[in-house]
Design a protein around this ligand. Sequence first.
Ligand code: ASP
Length: 323
Amino acid sequence: MKTLVIGTGGTIATRRDPASGELGGRCDAEEICARLPAPLSSELECINYRNVASMEIGPSDVLAIVQLLREKIADDGVDAAIIMHGTDTLEESAYLCDILWDLSEPVVFTGAMRGGGLLGEDGIRNLQASLAVVQCEESVGRGVQVVLNDEIHRAWDATKGHSLNPAAFISPRSGIAGEVWLDDVVYYGPAHARHTIETDVLDTRVDLIRTVTGMGVHHVEASMQAGASGIVIEGAGTGAVPGDILAGLQAAVKQGLAVTVTTRCLQGPAPFWPESRDRMSQLFSGGLLSGPKARLRLMAALGKYPDMEDVRTAFERGGKYGC
Ligand code: ASP
């Protein structure tokens, strides 16, 4: 077994300076892996992709990482991968990777909430638990997962729910997929069907707009004027938006934009309005996806398909159950 460990930065790559006590130094992937307790049950190959805060990582980086994984699997005998990533945008990179990941080899995204050398640092344990997950036979075919705090989350649902606590990640819509008990990996159910979109082109001109009470239509108009090719609207409840915004979204559809409705609620699907289905029928359904995740799925669907009906089919196929 050979596991590729890719470093991108984030808190897992930070280290406290023993002299000053300051958290600032940045470790590369090899240095982080060297702190794993021996013996390791897999050969590791470490690559430093970048060493930055996760807000500096974007969709083009995920495309490059997926390309790198494919090459390593095809040419170098790699059969699993761990991506170390800052936790702030980890859920987005992990889900985009999951959308693109049509192979069966297990991929895990992990990070840390407490930096190296701090009391209660969690990065090395998260890495160790991730290694147990990617080496587990049952992880094959489950796509991309997120492992922190001994919990396994499906990438489509993983959400950073706390800004500081090491138990930061939650899966609000479906619950966790499993847990790591010391070295044992336990899944609570079978793998879901997955609906990937294999593309090496993303259309990043997709805006996310959150609905709040009393808001006007100017955000939608600004998106259209800026040349967006898609809009994801986070409605309230089951996807409710004010009437003038709905009119603005319908105008956007007429102009050829792909418009998707999700909910700003943490749980449940959107849109879900049996009584107004016709009125909303030109808008795509975000299903169980959060706004940020729907945005990524729409980027992939728009990047792959020129025809809007194909975009809709590829987008909505994954929305219902998220994956
Ligand atoms: N600021 C960090 C980041 O790169 C936070 C973390 O890694 O936990 O996302």
